[in-house]
Design a protein around this ligand. Structure first.
Ligand code: SF4
Length: 487
């Protein structure tokens, strides 16, 4: 047990009953805890003199967004009124730690929560997610942010009902952060942001240990869910009105590893697309080293699988890719993209790029710019490298100064934007099917829809179209999105 439990210091309460139960028993335990929680929330409401409200704030990636839907589901089942206002009686930050500035943002916003709690002392504040897996963060919070009522990490999120009960029953900060888990607990209630689309976790954690990345340390080793459980969840979602699912994992291409007799990721993707009521399936994220021909054929053979592939390359320099532990070269990536585009000509490819990796030189960045100009990415998330304590890259000597990195970043961003603009411009005049997601934020006479290739299109329509698939023509290109019309 001690390998997955962080014992707490004497000045706050520690809980040691965190042995992992078999998944079925754990689900039952958490259902019972939810019942207990309902009466605790009722008592809390009586003290407050009104129905208690709760606000879940999400930082970071799609995996966190999906976790937040689960947190929200538990809070709603427990009797909280949900709100997006941080003046709520209970506020939980689901944090990210991929970059250092993500941590800084959380600390900054905690200051604001503190002033709200000063005005409303019964307010409860909780923190969870990847940032909480870092021991130095816990120490900082317990020293400088003592008003926080509960802290837990990524591995025991399925214990949220039990943790909430502890928080209401304790006057001290509840801290329960595990180093790892093998557990996957099914049957977690969740509240979806959109009624017609949903993320579905197919696996958790990552075994790749890219040298710059903290994910394997904060999300743990790779664990896949059984395909029968995943497909049953998709069937339930479809019968509840969901028509688009996004299969989520840090590296979906290694789905099933370690599970005896399990199907491959392409087979899972195909089966998901065949579920009655499912019109579109997306997935995220693919590691280039594991992307198989079978996956390319599966996407090519089904119009229900989205024409969008997010394929993080990170760098175009072979030396940097090696230092990053990525297991492919510039040439390998180009060949892979060529194969994908040949089999699926209408696919949009997006990527992630890092500038300022410690060993990176200006020449390395030029190789990345070459790659951007060779692939013509539809878009790219471009980041300046941020050292994460405990990762191998954090102790590598730096080859460039901050000024040089900033100049390289601007050069790369220019190339990314130029390619993205011309990729979008080439689609002007084409037609596609848009899933309408919402009313346009700026002009309510328009709706915003997402095409299979992930581009957004705004076109005339009203609320009645939300959740529907509409044929559109892309009449005008606005850089990275389109104005369109119904056809
Ligand atoms: S594949 Fe690499 S970058 Fe992606 S989560 Fe795993 S270690 Fe991090």
């Amino acid at each position: 047990m001690d390998s997955n439990f962080r014992f707490c210091d004497a000045d706050y309460k520690s809980y040691t009953n965190t042995d992992e139960l078999p998944a079925g028993q754990e689900a039952l335990l958490q259902k019972n805890e939810t019942e207990r929680l309902k009466s605790l929330v009722k008592e809390y409401g009586e003290k407050l003199g009104h129905e208690p409200s709760a606000c879940v704030v999400t930082f970071g990636c799609q995996m966190n967004a999906r976790d937040s839907e689960k947190l929200t589901g538990v809070l709603e089942a427990a009797g909280f009124k949900l709100t997006e206002d941080e003046e709520a009686d209970f506020v939980i930050y689901n944090t990210c730690t991929v970059r250092d500035n993500a941590n800084t943002r959380v600390y900054g916003r905690l200051g604001h929560l503190h002033s709200l709690k000063d005005k409303a002392p019964l307010k409860k504040i909780a923190l969870c997610g990847c940032m909480m897996q870092e021991p130095s963060v816990i120490d900082t919070i317990l020293k400088k942010y003592r008003f926080v009522d509960m802290i837990f990490g990524t591995h025991n999120i399925y214990k949220f009902p039990e943790l909430l009960c502890r928080m209401f029953e304790s006057d001290e900060t509840v801290v329960d952060v595990w180093k790892d888990t093998k557990e996957i607990v099914e049957d977690f209630p969740s509240v979806r942001k959109y009624p017609f689309k949903s993320g579905v976790n197919i696996m958790f954690g990552c075994d790749n240990f890219c040298t710059y990345c903290i994910v394997p340390y904060v999300r743990g080793r790779e664990r896949s869910r059984r395909s029968s459980e995943i497909l049953a969840e998709i069937e339930r979602l479809a019968s509840d009105g969901v028509s688009e699912v996004m299969l989520l994992g840090q590296n979906v291409n290694s789905y099933g590893k370690g599970l005896e007799g399990e199907i491959s990721f392409p087979e899972l993707l195909k089966k998901a697309s065949e579920v009655d009521g499912i019109e579109r399936v997306r997935f995220m994220t693919s590691h280039p080293k594991d992307l198989s021909d079978e996956l390319i054929e599966t996407i090519a053979s089904s119009q229900k699988i989205s024409r969008h592939l997010h394929l993080p390359v990170q760098s175009g320099s072979d030396e940097v890719l090696k230092a990053m532990n990525r297991h492919y070269t510039h040439e390998d990536y180009l060949k892979l993209v060529e194969k994908i585009k040949k089999a699926i000509p209408d696919i949009a490819i997006t990527t992630d790029l890092i500038v300022g990796f410690p060993t990176e030189t200006k020449e390395d960045v030029s190789r990345t710019i070459d790659l951007v100009n060779e692939v013509h990415f539809d878009n790219a998330f471009t980041f300046i490298y941020s050292p994460r304590t405990g990762t191998p890259a954090a102790s590598m000597p730096r080859a460039m100064t901050d000024e040089e990195i900033s100049a390289c970043f601007n050069r790369l961003l220019g190339a990314v934007q130029e390619n993205a603009r011309s990729a979008a411009a080439a689609l002007t005049g084409s037609t596609g099917v848009a899933l309408v997601e919402e009313l346009d934020e700026k002009d309510p006479s328009l709706v915003t829809g997402r095409l299979s290739n992930n581009y957004l299109v705004h076109f005339p329509g009203d609320e009645s179209l939300i959740g529907k698939y509409i044929n559109v023509k892309l009449t005008e290109n606005k850089g990275f999105y389109f104005i369109g019309e119904r056809i």
